[in-house]
Design a protein around this ligand. Sequence first.
Ligand code: NOJ
Length: 813
Amino acid sequence: MKYGHFSKDGREFIVTHPNTPKPWFNYLFNDIYHCLISQTGGGFSYLRDPKYYRLHRWDHLSSDRPGRYLYIKDASAKKHSVWTLNWQPSREKLDAWECRHSFGCTTISASNNGIKGSITYFVAKQAPAEIWLVSLTNATRAKKTLQVYPFVELIAGDVALETHYRNILCLYNDAVFDKEHQAIIAFKQPFKSWHKPGYAFFASSLKVESYECRREAFVGRYGELDNPDGVQAKKLAGSGCRGEDMVAVLQSTVTLQPGETKQFVVVSGITENKNEIPSLVKRFRSVDLAKKELSEIKAYWKRHLEQVWIETPDPKMNLMVNLWGKYQLYAITHWRGTSHYHGAEGGQGYRDTCQDVEGLLSSDLEAARAKLERLIFYQYESGHAVSGFSEVEGTWENQGVAGVIKKADVAVWLPYSVVAYVKETGDTEFLKKVIPFHDKGEATVYEHILRSVRYIYSARGQHGLPLIGHADWNDAYDHVGNKGKGESIWLGMALVRACKHVKELAEFLGDTAVAHEMQEKSDELTAIINEVGWDGSWYLAAFNDDGRRIGSQENKEGKVPLNSQTWAILSGVVPPDRLQRLLDKIDHYLDTPYGPALFLPSYTTFNPGIGRVSSFAPGTKENAAVFSHACAFKVVADCTIKRADQAYDTFSKLLPISEAKQDHEKYKVEPYVWAEYVVGPGSADRFGEGSFTWNTGTTPWMYVAATEWILGARRDFQGLLIDPCIPKTWKEAKIRRPFRGAIYEITIKNPGGVSSGVARLSVDGVEQRGNLIQPHGDGKTHRVEVVLGKAGSNHSSHRAKRRMGKKSISTLS
Ligand code: NOJ
């Protein structure tokens, strides 16, 4: 692989060339602070909300500048060569360079003119601070006197306002060098009565000889970061900054005898509480304390990533599910609001966060529960929910973030997460917990989810299908229903799925009235969908405000929509006689070497009756890209109807390290995290190029697809359901999973080369009837052996019995 490779144990991705086709990022974070860092130190950090408390300026992907740099000037050389360990911003050829992205830290190492150095960046365990642990070695025979300049460019405030009104916002800038604490402290003077500034701090463990806070003074007039005047000069000017663009730069001397190595620390961050800065700086500006913190962070991630562990014959799948895909899941569940592709947005999307909770349940219950309670609080008394929320600035609706509100589907995702939580924990008491609505009143959690279903059921259009409003799952269908008439077939299917989730819960609780209500609603909607939503060979996507069919054979573009086909399976609305026809479309019309496209053909011109989806460049984003999140829906749908080989085929194609993505020049993006999409066949030149990595709903779904569906260790009300759906070529596979206070080590044996069906199942060597394991809850590890084969040949397979009774296709997914 041209630009890098995984370390032997897969726990590091080693970038071997700095000029990767796109910046390759790592996400370092704790519960209050998020640091997005590229292979050269580019990117930005923020406290609690990426828009409101942005610490660093970072221009754009195309330059990946500015960043967290360490300038080095060899003051002992005749000609003072200036370089950075980062390679950026001067991008000069170095004698050696590499970057190691890993869980919780990123290390950039380089050498030049006999000086070897490395910077390990990491975020403190709990504090709003990032630490750079720097090591410099003199590999020459002569004594070296180096001037070192740790540098960052600061925003210390609202990046959205800064982006729009930089010349105004910089007038609020206020940066000083605090002599007592030897630290630069910078913030924006509040300019609204309710404003709470974020206080940035920048310090090092070295003796500070000079400093600079004014950008222009550092780079020079019309200067640039690749060759700043400040570093060329003997000393930095030592100026504070008031009302101009601000940077934080410190100058210190490091003298190295031949062969000598010295280490120092840079500590930086942003806090709402100015008074805590001295203690924060004091706590982390010691090399030993920094090293201690780093080793505890590494130990934390080793432990945390090993909760759920799979072993399959596919090392690439193991790598993503066990390590990188899981780390990505933790990262985006913590920080759903932004990525290095998302500009100045803040907060987190309601729909996305609901799905993240499901992904997190099996490996971080506490975090999942906390998120779930926030989501329930952000529901309105009507049953609808906010489109998104920031714990700093409140809801997107309040912020008036125009393009992202009035999403019709958001409330449909809450019942899925609550039902998944009860299945994971058995904690039906949670359903009795009273949680306020975001606008007025309060209700039990159970009532909250009933309101979600009843709200969407009540908001239907002339065909009896849910109104689509400004968007259903597909945000870019933003003109389909904004006159209040357009209807979504996909949302109809999602509502049927929600009815079935709540029905199953009601049956478990013995609430026959609700079970009956949900069955009635589900049957009615299923009938309507099959009557008006079937286009003859596949299901439509929507009807727009003018009643036009979208996703129909009558359309020249946007003809066959993937989601309506996969969700027809996930919701069980597709009758047996229609299933093969929609599967044919998925397998033979939509599929590509990267997975199935979101729909085909792509739109080529703006269609005011559909929206921005038709304006994106053909094949990009929602305009018929291979949209990984939607492909993940397909993997689960395939498993629900036991299409194991097709499920695995799509899973494999989505892997960032799949066969088709080996050419970095073509795929371009990080080969160690899920990408939101790969450019689709609608773009001949860019077909196969990845984009929008890290922050994607693919992450929770692919995790659930692998652990709950392909490996089939699935949470259920009564216990842990063992229902693998593996490629018939796999002879054996394993999954270790915590469940309700015990650990289950499950070995799946497949002597007959089948794909599913549990012939025999034993727990701790004792054969048991059926494939549902009653929870032990004893804190012990239990060995489960599953032999695949004709289901029920061990006399009662839990699901098989239930399925035989049902008229429609799929089980509850
Ligand atoms: C990305 C958004 O985060 C997600 O919520 C949405 O469903 C997809 N785009 C499709 O529009």
